[in-house]
Design a protein around this ligand. Structure first.
Ligand SMILES: [Zn+2]
Length: 382
């Protein structure tokens, strides 16, 4: 029974985790091992078993309608109102490796409820092996329950709307329900105990990150240099690789090898295209992601960001040039079947089925991609 004292009692999370969450994480973990060991039938069975109604019910009760018992929003005296998206504060999108660093620091566990979370990239890879057992529709109810609840989020501890930054010190790993429950609130407003006050649980749980090394049999290659990176002089010039040599122990070769896991020779095709685009003032650099730049006067705009799983952020940083990217976004939309260009307040985005584009899709029609780059070059030169 809820009393005012219960309502205000400090707590670590919105709803005490149920044992099925752990069970689901174990099943997904065994499924990942099965896939890595080349046993997809075994994995599919486990993935299906992890799609548990109890897990969905748990997540939905936090992620559904706001409830006094669960969410316990309260007013805090003296707290200024939320500023609707302070316009001077740019919201910087996190790069996949930045997120990964947060998850790793936090032991791939929700820092509120301690449940083990899984990275979204693992879901995408597992979906390829188990498209039927791992549904991922547009509506919550059409999503695999375990991934619906357990997909990791790097959440802003102090929300953006309250001036929180995207620095690691303000990012915290959460599960979906805890992330949703907290929303744009401060922990004090929902009565949660500050999770920074207790250390993260770091053990051998990896959030299924090991799936990133999953290779289909056909594309498995012996460890070696990435296509075109060491062997060909035709690849884009080394001078473009400003400080890409080593990032968090990720060497350039490793980076390109990872890129080639999904599609053979992907890095060669990418580098060849970039080399041919030099006349459009296109350069690239390798940091945590490969950033494709186009220069306008003395400014360099990041127009694409490619992570080493082959995910493409379109566009990456167009600050102050949004209107000039309208054509580019639509050109990409036309170049990639099923892609959708859409406008947000500050950006154009191009996605396909709600996910980022994949590099292999981008490189499928090189003449259309070239045309999109040419149009953008012309627009930016105006
Ligand atoms: Zn949680």
């Amino acid at each position: 029974m809820s009393t005012p004292i219960d309502f205000l009692a400090p707590r670590t999370c919105f709803l005490t985790p149920i044992p099925e969450l752990d069970e689901a994480a174990d099943l997904l973990s065994q499924a990942a091992d099965g896939l890595l060991a080349g046993n997809p039938a075994f994995a599919r069975d486990l993935i299906k078993r992890a799609d548990m109604p109890a897990v969905r019910a748990y997540a939905s009760s936090v992620m559904g309608r706001i409830s006094t018992d669960i969410h316990r929003y309260r007013t805090i005296a003296g707290l200024p109102d939320i500023v609707a998206r302070p316009n001077k504060t740019k919201i910087r999108r996190l790069q996949p490796l930045e997120e990964m660093a947060v998850f790793e620091r936090d032991g791939f566990r929700c820092r509120y409820c301690d449940c083990r979370v899984v990275i979204s990239q693992a879901r995408r890879i597992m979906m390829l092996a188990a498209p039927e057992e791992l549904p991922w529709g547009a509506r919550d109810k059409d999503r695999h329950a375990a991934f619906y609840a357990l997909t990791a989020v790097a959440d802003h501890f102090v929300p953006h709307a309250r001036g929180g930054t995207s620095e690691p010190g303000n990012l915290i790993t959460t599960c979906q329900p805890c992330n949703y429950g907290k929303g744009d609130s401060l922990v004090e407003q929902v009565g949660l105990i500050n999770p920074w006050a207790r250390p993260p649980i770091c053990d051998d749980w990896d959030g299924l990150r090991r799936m990133l090394s999953h290779t289909s049999r056909a594309s498995t290659r012996k460890r070696g240099p990435a296509d075109g990176v060491r062997s060909g002089k035709s690849a884009a010039s080394d001078t473009a690789l400003q400080d890409g040599a080593s990032i968090e122990n990720v060497s350039r070769d490793d980076w390109f090898s990872a890129l080639n896991r999904s599609h053979r020779h992907l890095s060669t095709r990418l580098l060849a295209f970039l080399e041919e685009s030099k006349d459009l003032k296109v350069t690239w650099s390798l940091r945590k992601a490969l950033i494709v730049h186009m220069s306008v006067g003395d400014r360099k705009l990041a127009i694409l960001g490619i992570d080493r799983d082959g995910g493409v952020e379109v566009p990456w940083d167009i600050t102050g040039h949004k209107e000039k990217f309208r054509q580019f976004a639509h050109a990409l939309e036309r170049a990639i079947p099923g892609a959708l260009a859409y406008e947000t307040k500050h950006w154009w985005r191009v996605k396909k089925n709600g996910r980022n584009l994949e590099l292999s899709e981008l490189l499928d029609d090189l003449s259309a991609l070239r045309a999109a780059f040419e149009d953008l070059h012309a627009a930016l030169a105006d």
